[in-house]
Design a protein around this ligand. Structure first.
Ligand SMILES: *[C@@H]1O[C@H](CO)[C@@H](O)[C@H](O)[C@H]1NC(C)=O
Ligand SMILES: *[C@@H]1O[C@H](CO)[C@@H](O)[C@H](O)[C@H]1NC(C)=O
Ligand SMILES: *[C@@H]1O[C@H](CO)[C@@H](O)[C@H](O)[C@H]1NC(C)=O
Ligand SMILES: *[C@@H]1O[C@H](CO)[C@@H](O)[C@H](O)[C@H]1NC(C)=O
Ligand SMILES: *[C@@H]1O[C@H](CO)[C@@H](O)[C@H](O)[C@H]1NC(C)=O
Ligand SMILES: *[C@@H]1O[C@H](CO)[C@@H](O)[C@H](O)[C@H]1NC(C)=O
Ligand SMILES: *[C@@H]1O[C@H](CO)[C@@H](O)[C@H](O)[C@H]1NC(C)=O
Ligand SMILES: *[C@@H]1O[C@H](CO)[C@@H](O)[C@H](O)[C@H]1NC(C)=O
Ligand SMILES: *[C@@H]1O[C@H](CO)[C@@H](O)[C@H](O)[C@H]1NC(C)=O
Length: 399
C-alpha cells in the first residue's frame, strides 16, 4: 500500500515535469568567481548602449570587476572618470564559458543590483544565433524602475506566454518571438517592489532562481529573509517543486521549450542608455530631464561631463551564481570568446526587453550617444505598441 502510494506520487510529479532534485553542476563564487567567464571586450553594439564592455585586463586595472572583502563579486560601471563627448563609459559584460542544457536550474544570490538614471543591468541566458537559440531575461531593470521585468526571446512564430499560467507576476507582452528588427519578447513584471534598486539592497538583497526545463521555464524571486531553505543552506541539490508559485511561468503548453531553447550560457552585464533605458519617453518616465529634451538626453544628462559619482550605485554585488542540473554533466565550451563576440556583425544576443541586433544604427561610431532618430522612434514604437497588442493563444494540449 505504502509502495503503491509512493509510486503514484512519483508518477504525478514526473508527469507534471517537476522532477525532484537538481544536483549542483557549477558554482561561481569567492576568489575564483571570475575564473570561468569571458569578458566581452568591445563596445555595446547589441542594444546601442553608451558603454565599452572592457577586456578582463582593463576591468581588473580599472577595478570594474573584482572580489570584495566579503568575498562577493563586484561588477560595476566606471564611477571615477569624467568621460568627454562623444566617448562611451567603461563597464563589464561577462559570459560563462559553460553552457547549460534543458533540465537545469540557475540561481543568483546578490546583495546589490545596479540602478540609477541611464543604468540598464541584466542577468540573462542566451543560446547562439539570437533569437533562434532562445534567451531568458532573469534580472532586467532600467533607470529608476521599481520592479524587475522577466522576458523570453525566441525565434519562430508560436512561442507564447500563457495568459492562464500560475504566476505571481503581471503578464505583459505575450508573443516571445523576436525576429531581427524585433519585438520586446514575452514579458512578466515582478510584483515585489524590493526586487531591484535601493529597496532590493535595503532588504539584504535576495535570490533569483530559474528552472529551465522541457516542461517550462519558471522564475522565482525572494528577498533574503524569504529564501527557501534548500537554497539558503547551500545544499548540493535544490527542489523547485517545493518553492511555491513562481513570479514568472512560461509553461511548455504555449511555448515548446525543447523546440525554441538550446543549451544556454549565462550573462551578467550593465549597459547605459541604449534602446530601452535611453528611449526618450521611457527615460523621462522615471528620470529628470535637464535641458531641451532630445534623442540623446539620457547620454548627455548622465554618461558624459560628470565625475562619475552618479554611478556610485551602478554595481552588482553577487554572492554566487550556481547551476544545478538533472541532465548529465554541463558542457564546457568556449563558444563565446571576445574575438567572436566583438566581431559578430549580426545575430548576437542582447539581453534586453527591446533586444535585437541593430548593428546598422550602432555601427556608426562617431557620436557615442547619438542614435539616429529613426531608430529611436522605431524602438519606441516596438515597446509601446507591442505592449498593447492583444494576442490569441494557441490552444496546445499539455502532455
Ligand atoms: C583597454 O585599455 C587600453 C588602455 O587604456 C585602451 O587602449 C583599450 O582601448 C582598452 N580596451 C578595451 C576593450 O576597453
Ligand atoms: C537534456 O538537454 C538537452 C539539450 O538541452 C535536451 O535536448 C534534452 O531534452 C534534455 N533532457 C532532459 C531530460 O531535460
Ligand atoms: C508572434 O510574432 C511573430 C513575429 O513577429 C509573428 O509572425 C506571429 O504571427 C506572432 N504570433 C501571434 C500568435 O501573434
Ligand atoms: C516540441 O519540440 C520538440 C523538438 O523540436 C519535438 O520533438 C516535440 O514533438 C515538440 N512537441 C510538441 C508538443 O509539438
Ligand atoms: C562629484 O560631483 C558631485 C556633484 O555632481 C559632487 O557632489 C561630488 O562631491 C563630486 N565628487 C568628487 C570626488 O569630486
Ligand atoms: C564608486 O562606487 C563604489 C561602489 O561601487 C564606491 O565604493 C566608490 O566610493 C565610488 N566612488 C569612486 C570615486 O570610486
Ligand atoms: C576557455 O578559454 C579560456 C581562455 O579564454 C581558458 O582559460 C579555458 O580553459 C577555456 N575553457 C574551455 C572549457 O575550453
Ligand atoms: C576564440 O577566438 C580565437 C581567436 O582569438 C579563435 O581562433 C577561436 O576559434 C575562437 N573560439 C571559438 C570557440 O569561437
Ligand atoms: C548626431 O549625429 C549626426 C551625424 O551622424 C550629426 O549630424 C548630429 O549633429 C549629431 N547630433 C548630436 C546631438 O550630436
Amino acid at each position: 500500500m505504502k509502495t503503491a502510494l509512493l509510486a503514484t506520487s512519483i508518477l504525478s510529479l514526473s508527469a507534471s515535469g517537476a522532477l525532484g532534485a537538481y544536483q549542483l553542476a557549477k558554482e561561481y563564487s569567492g576568489q575564483s568567481f571570475f575564473d570561468d567567464w569571458e569578458f566581452y571586450g568591445a563596445p555595446d553594439l547589441t542594444t546601442d548602449g553608451d558603454v565599452n564592455w572592457v577586456t578582463e585586463a582593463n576591468a581588473t586595472a580599472e577595478h570594474l570587476a573584482y572580489v570584495n572583502g566579503a568575498g562577493h563579486a563586484i561588477i560595476k560601471v566606471d564611477n571615477s572618470t569624467d568621460v568627454p563627448y562623444p566617448d562611451k563609459r567603461d563597464t563589464v559584460r561577462i559570459t560563462t564559458e559553460d553552457t547549460f542544457p534543458l533540465g537545469s536550474v540557475f540561481i543568483i544570490d546578490a546583495y546589490h543590483l545596479p540602478y540609477g538614471c541611464s543604468v540598464w543591468p541584466s542577468f540573462w541566458t542566451k543560446g547562439p544565433n539570437w533569437p533562434d537559440g532562445g534567451e531568458i531575461d532573469i534580472i532586467e531593470t532600467i533607470n529608476l524602475m521599481k520592479t524587475n521585468q522577466y522576458a523570453l526571446h525566441t525565434g519562430g512564430t508560436d512561442c507564447l506566454a500563457s495568459s492562464s499560467a500560475k504566476q505571481t507576476g503581471q503578464l505583459g507582452n505575450t508573443n516571445c518571438s523576436s525576429p531581427t528588427g524585433g519585438q520586446a519578447g514575452c514579458t512578466v513584471t515582478e510584483s515585489s517592489d524590493s526586487s531591484v534598486g535601493l529597496a532590493f539592497a535595503a532588504a539584504g538583497g535576495g535570490v533569483y532562481a530559474t528552472q529551465f526545463d522541457t516542461s517550462g521555464i519558471n522564475i522565482w524571486f525572494w528577498n533574503r529573509a524569504d529564501i527557501p531553505s534548500d537554497i539558503s543552506s547551500g545544499a548540493n541539490s535544490v527542489d523547485p517543486s517545493t518553492w511555491g508559485e513562481p513570479s514568472a511561468a512560461y509553461p511548455s503548453s504555449s511555448c515548446n521549450i525543447s523546440e525554441y531553447f538550446v543549451p544556454q550560457q549565462l550573462v551578467l552585464d550593465i549597459t547605459l542608455c541604449g534602446n530601452w533605458a535611453g528611449d526618450p519617453t521611457i527615460y523621462a518616465s522615471t528620470c529628470p530631464v535637464n535641458g531641451t529634451p532630445n534623442a540623446n538626453t539620457c547620454y548627455y544628462n548622465n554618461v558624459i561631463n560628470t565625475n562619475g559619482s552618479n554611478y556610485d550605485t551602478a554595481y552588482f554585488e553577487v554572492s554566487y551564481v550556481k547551476a544545478f542540473t538533472t541532465n548529465g554533466s554541463v558542457a564546457a565550451t568556449n563558444v563565446t570568446n571576445s574575438s567572436t563576440t566583438s566581431t559578430s556583425a549580426s545575430g548576437s544576443a542582447s539581453g534586453s526587453a527591446a533586444s535585437s541586433t541593430n548593428t546598422a544604427s550602432a555601427g556608426s561610431g562617431g557620436a557615442a550617444g547619438n542614435t539616429s532618430g529613426a531608430v529611436s522612434a522605431f524602438w519606441h514604437k516596438a515597446e509601446v505598441y507591442v505592449g498593447a497588442a492583444v494576442l490569441t493563444l494557441a490552444a496546445w494540449t499539455m502532455m
